[in-house]
Design a protein around this ligand. Structure first.
Ligand code: NPW
Ligand code: K
Length: 507
């Protein structure tokens, strides 16, 4: 799903009004109807609804939602927060409609007029939307602080009031902390970035009928990854195929005390469909790996505890994953260099392979074009330095991917893949239970397994992050986010693949 910046959302709105055609008031009615419908489907009419409105179109949405909920039998009350009486035209129309339907909004002109809410009320935040031009101050700030002091569920319309959609939060800036945000038509960038996303709570994208031609034809560097995108390139296994069809993967992983990382990535690689897997490991890992994963082949290094440069290996691997648990021994640095020099095609680099790269930037010249790097934020910082904010980090990712012709998957709640062309894909599957030891090793294995099956590096990044997240979601549903382990993510990869393949695959 495309993610547009606020100026483009405004363009989409204007294009829709012109070409559908539809009046701006009717478009607001559609947006408000979608919100009211969502509320009705989750909260019974016995729940009182308190709607806090501003004077722009976000406030207009709130006034319309109040009227629509009342028409469906809810006790809904609107408050209009303003120190002046200047309303946007559609906000004014909706104030009038609410008055005509019975009772208009109650004015709040000072923080002392903040009402005592009925017990168990649902709060709707329609103070400010994408028209935010400056950090909150004065009355608006006071009201938002009052809302944040409540213990009631808070639904933000379009975006939490005070949150910038396309720029970092202001220093000392405050926003409504929503339990749920109903975002019109698209995710906003802020919902996908760690500094702002938590305040949006759970985000639901509500279609409001913006013109499909505009959406299809307008380019944007930002997209979310969802099942529809994945199904465009997911390849079902052919009936007359053999293990060679699905590629031979090589994983260089593990060191004394960290053989678990090698084992997790190796199992994840095979469970993602690679035809054959060879594991390049230090000698100490031979028995555990062969015992726990008999399906994998082992290439043991001369050294007992860590990877060292070895004999030339001319096997034509379809993919090479390097990094989980390898440590940073000077011999291992040379082993990494040798592996990179010998790799004729894109590789997957993770964990200590990235840390070595950060300390030995001279190795960059050996990283094959199209390779996939999977840093978490700390590893990213070691590689490219610290950033002032999430947006500065996106820009740094864009530059690094272009300079080195690689794909970077920055791991996080919404793992973000950046391409050499400067496009960003945010993953939307997964959950907080995946913040657990070995989860990253699992992703490396999945990516190496997909690359072996001749998915392109971009397809590998998109399918890999998505399926990793979905497997994590299945694991969390079965075991709870607290109890699930990285090996449970691997155990649920099957359910995730079946989901993508669709029902006809399950027979
Ligand atoms: N996408 C779509 O297609 C659709 C979008 N719709 C809705 O429209 C919303 C965008 O509406 P909008 O442009 O009127 O902006 P909105 O945020 O309501 O208010 C702007 C007002 O706030 C003021 N203001 C700004 N900063 C401030 C501050 N810090 N503290 C105090 N005031 C501040 C600013 O005043 P000024 O800067 O001039 O002083 C201006 O008066 C969007 O989020 C969605 O809900 C739907 O209705 C239909 C379809
Ligand atoms: K809002």
């Amino acid at each position: 799903m495309k993610v547009f910046t606020t100026p483009l959302i405004r363009d989409a709105d204007a294009y829709t009004i012109r070409h559908l055609p539809i009046s701006s008031t009717d478009l607001m009615e559609k947006a408000a109807t979608a919100c009211a419908h969502w509320i009705c489907s989750r909260f019974p009419a016995t729940v009182p609804v308190c709607v806090f409105c501003g004077t722009g179109n976000n406030g207009g949405d709130g006034l319309a939602v109040t009227r629509l909920l009342r028409a469906r039998g809810y006790t809904a009350q609107a408050w209009l927060v303003t120190s002046a009486d200047r309303l946007s035209p559609d906000c004014a129309i909706n104030r009038e409609r609410l008055e005509q339907a019975g009772e208009g909004p109650v004015m709040i002109r000072s923080a002392t007029e903040f009402p005592l809410l009925p017990a168990g009320a649902l709060v709707v935040d329609a103070l400010l939307g994408t028209g935010l031009t400056r950090p909150l101050s004065g009355l608006m700030r006071d009201i938002v602080l009052r809302i944040n002091d409540l213990h009631n569920p808070v639904i933000s319309v379009d975006i939490p009031s005070g949150m910038y959609a396309d720029q970092p939060p202001a220093k000392d800036g405050i926003t409504v902390r929503a339990t749920h945000t109903l975002s019109f038509m698209f995710y906003k960038l802020a919902f996908l970035l760690p500094a702002s996303a938590p305040a949006a709570g759970k985000v639901t994208v509500l279609p409001i009928g913006l013109h499909p031609d505009y959406i299809a034809e307008t380019p944007t560097p930002y997209q979310t990854i969802d099942a529809r995108l994945i199904r465009r390139f997911y390849k079902k296994r052919a009936a007359f195929s053999h293990k060679g069809t699905y590629g031979h993967a090589l994983l260089a992983a593990g060191s004394f005390g960290k053989m678990g990382a090698a084992l997790l990535s190796a199992r994840a690689c095979l469970c993602s469909g690679a035809g054959l897997l060879s594991c390049r490991i230090p000698r100490c890992g031979y028995i555990p790996l062969q015992t726990a994963l008999p399906e994998a082949m082992c290439l043991c290094d001369e050294e007992e505890t860590h990877l060292v440069p070895g004999e030339r290996d001319d096997t034509p691997y379809q993919s090479i994953g390097i990094g989980p648990g390898i440590g940073q021994h000077p011999d291992t640095v040379r082993a990494l260099e040798q592996l990179l020099q010998g790799a004729g095609s894109p590789v997957v680099l993770d964990a200590d392979a990235l840390n070595i790269l950060a300390r030995h930037p001279e190795l960059w010249k050996h990283v094959p074009a199209g390779s996939l790097l999977t840093p978490h934020p700390k590893e990213f910082e070691r590689l490219f330095g610290p950033d002032a904010d999430d947006f500065a980090r996106l820009e740094k990712m864009r530059k690094a991917c272009a300079e080195h012709s690689v794909y970077i998957i920055l791991k996080g709640h919404h793992s973000c893949t950046c391409t050499p062309e400067g496009n960003f894909f945010f993953n939307t599957s997964g959950n907080a239970g995946m913040a657990t030891a070995g989860s990253g090793d699992t992703l490396t294995g999945i990516l190496t397994g997909l690359l072996a099956q001749r998915y392109t590096p971009l397809e590998t990044a998109l399918l890999g992050t998505y399926i990793h997240g979905r497997a994590g979601d299945h694991a969390a549903a079965a075991l709870s986010p607290e109890s699930m382990l990285a090996s449970d993510i691997i155990d649920h990869l099957g359910a995730a693949f079946l989901e993508i393949a669709g029902t006809d695959m399950q027979h």
